[in-house]
Design a protein around this ligand. Structure first.
Ligand SMILES: Cc1cc2nc3c(=O)[nH]c(=O)nc-3n(C[C@H](O)[C@H](O)[C@H](O)COP(=O)(O)O)c2cc1C
Length: 343
């Protein structure tokens, strides 16, 4: 008889995150702005994780439409994410008005009053999730009343801090206990989930892995670039933010080192000066055409662990199966009593 569980067998890894949000699996989709859409959010939530839609960069009409579409596709909880450093009150207001189960925030400026925005989220019945890249940011968020803190390490896709997941997660877990912490950055299989739980996290938040799914609203060429990357070909250039003209405080963008990035490396001063508008227009056209060499592609080092486009629900189920197998099959048998206690 085979001991390999069938693909529809999904065991449980029950953590305080599952309790807090009422979800079966401690896996969350990061609110990756235009890298998310209702279909991806609903697929993750329907699979028992928590889907989060990125609200920043969308108009109020689009936020309302996408939220309504999520509610058409799932009755499970989901979240909306807002990048705080834009100081974009309309987006905060519109996102909270949708009454998501989770209000997810990231990248505040030093002068922003987190307690005030968190209180507004609590007033609409949302749990507050806040992402940090530094220990002091985690303490600031916990003091301001966050229900959940995401500690995201420098392996991650998108904008990153300088601390690795391996160090930052246990640091933050110890500092903000008993507030549950999610690990983010570099997690692209069940081994990563098991490692995050071992570091004290109550769950994981995924970005790059869930971009390589049929439900992610990315051009197929961009998804293929994630599969082609071995992770070593990513960099932390300023170039994507110089092109958009929207720099994020303390954050560098983990980006695929394609022709565009190689061309502008060392010529950033030109982007800061006269050439930005033309390059921004060229990049927008390249993005629309699916030109993976001429548009900035933000994804993490964990692209080096991703080998296939897989439906989001299958990713969630596989991660749980793999993590469960690591914990029960690989780690538990390693834990023995002292040699003197053996017969
Ligand atoms: C293309 C892209 C866009 C992102 N945009 C956002 C965003 O708007 N808000 C946010 O909180 N996180 C954003 N992130 C970060 C993710 O939520 C998540 O923390 C990160 O991708 C986790 O690391 P991983 O990619 O290694 O899984 C983005 C990530 C990527 C790859």
């Amino acid at each position: 008889m085979s001991t390999v569980p069938p693909n529809d067998y999904v065991p449980r890894l029950h953590t305080p995150l599952c309790e807090l949000l009422g979800i079966p699996h401690p896996i969350v989709l990061g609110g990756m702005a235009s890298g998310t859409a209702a279909e991806l959010v609903a697929a993750v939530s329907n699979a028992g994780g928590l889907g989060i839609l990125g609200a920043s960069g969308r108009s109020p009409v689009e936020i309302r439409e996408q939220t309504a579409r999520i509610r058409d596709l799932t009755t499970a909880p989901f979240g909306l994410n807002v990048l705080l450093f834009y100081h974009d009150e309309v987006t905060v207001e519109t996102a909270l008005a949708q009454r998501p189960a989770v209000a997810s925030f990231a990248w505040p400026t030093a002068d922003q009053e987190l307690a005030e925005v968190f209180a507004r989220a609590h007033d609409v019945g949302a749990r507050v999730m806040h992402m940090v890249a530094r220990l002091d940011e985690a303490q600031r968020a916990a003091e301001a009343g966050a229900d959940l803190i995401v500690a995201q390490g420098s392996e991650r896709g998108g904008h990153v801090g300088m601390m690795s997941t391996m160090v930052l997660v246990p640091q933050v877990v110890s500092a903000v206990a008993p507030t549950p912490v999610l690990a983010a950055g570099g997690i692209a299989d069940g081994r990563g989930v098991a490692a995050a739980l071992a570091l004290g996290a109550a769950g994981v938040l995924l970005g790059t892995r869930l971009l390589a799914t049929p439900e992610a609203p990315l051009h197929p060429h961009f998804k293929q670039a994630i599969l082609a990357s071995d992770g070593h070909d990513t960099d932390l250039p300023e170039i994507p933010d110089l092109i958009t003209g929207r720099a994020r405080p303390g954050a560098l963008a983990c980006t695929w080192r394609n022709t565009l990035i190689q061309h502008w490396s060392g010529r950033e001063w030109l982007l800061r000066r006269q050439q930005r508008p033309q390059v921004a227009a060229d990049v927008a056209a390249a993005r629309a055409a699916g030109d993976a060499e001429q548009a900035p592609l933000l994804f993490g080092q964990d692209a080096g662990l991703i080998e296939a486009i897989e439906p989001a629900g299958e990713v969630i189920a596989r991660f749980i199966r793999e993590a469960h197998a690591v914990i029960t099959g690989r780690l538990a048998p390693l834990a023995l009593p002292p040699a003197s206690a053996l017969p």
